[in-house]
Design a protein around this ligand. Sequence first.
Ligand SMILES: NC(=O)c1ccc[n+]([C@@H]2O[C@H](COP(=O)([O-])OP(=O)(O)OC[C@H]3O[C@@H](n4cnc5c(N)ncnc54)[C@H](O)[C@@H]3O)[C@@H](O)[C@H]2O)c1
Length: 338
Amino acid sequence: MARKVRVGIIGCGKIAHMDHVPHYLRIKNAEIVSLLDIKGSQITKLKEAFHLSAQAFTSEREFFDSGLDAVTICTPNCFHYAQTIAALKRDMHVLCEKPMAATPGECTRMVAAATRQKRVLHINQSLRYLPLYVTIAEVVKKGAIGTPLHVRCIRAGGTTPDKGWSPGAKWFVSKEFQGGLILDIAVHMADMMKWVAGPITHVAAYADTRLKHIDVPDNVTTMMRFANGATGVLELSWTFPVGAGYFEVYGSKGMLRQGFDSAHPIEIVKPGGKGTAPKTTYPPLKKSVKTSQQVFVDAILGKSPSATPGELGRDAVAICDAIAKSGQTGKFVPVKQY
Ligand SMILES: NC(=O)c1ccc[n+]([C@@H]2O[C@H](COP(=O)([O-])OP(=O)(O)OC[C@H]3O[C@@H](n4cnc5c(N)ncnc54)[C@H](O)[C@@H]3O)[C@@H](O)[C@H]2O)c1
């Protein structure tokens, strides 16, 4: 394809502002030509913020008829499946936000549609494009701490995303729109745990709704079993007045830990490291990591495959599905393997 990849964005809210538009604008062989949102005011805000000359649409049919090669789907979770299928049917490549869809079954149908149409289906499992997490995965994979034996992750804060991240976006805390802590955060962090320690085979979860005005889990603690025999614990909350984010991997030759937030360095603690001041090394963060949008465009142009294709997004949703089922039944639930 000699000309630029013509991209349309569906959903002009927070993630379009924070991630997709600024990153597409830095890609030489792509251009944002169309924007779709059910609220015209959202399109106007996005256009003004980035001085975009893209065409604005509030009708899906007209948007899809605007001569696009690819779409980026940034709508509430419940729309990802239908909008992805609609775009693939029109021979467009798709970058879909996480969670790829609400159920593993929907994800499977999305993967099949992309295969049938011979189009790229790329999921924005965005941690896999952040230097911090790329570095953690590489350090573990290169054997700095030996074989992973146990993984711990806590992501806790005091606000739901409709109050903190995207004020007013009530869908984040609504079952009808497939919101909730599991599809919002477990989909990232369980994928990250799988990235460092391999496939997750079973989960056991407590999933509570502590806030009175919402109908989705806001506190979820999950125990995990990995295929290699390792164990894991994932602790998530939207209601801790004082929260934190830690990621720790205990291995046969040492331990990696990172936290309290993303600004903190990665520490490697070797056996014999003592107390609160262990012997540590701080591996330099990988400086240049391709953005998710660049990886998507490169996949469309046949330069390199997507690092987070539909199959990977589906596996993350399958873990979430098992967590949700375990939270409902109080039982250990196997994670569907593909
Ligand atoms: N990768 C990440 O780290 C990350 C971070 C935040 C959000 N997300 C995901 O991105 C998606 C959007 O999140 P957000 O924070 O931008 O939400 P948001 O509420 O800020 O924006 C969503 C936008 O979609 C529009 N919209 C709603 N229904 C629509 C429809 N049927 N067709 C077209 N437009 C529609 C809304 O008007 C709004 O402008 C979600 O799936 C979310 O999980 C991913």
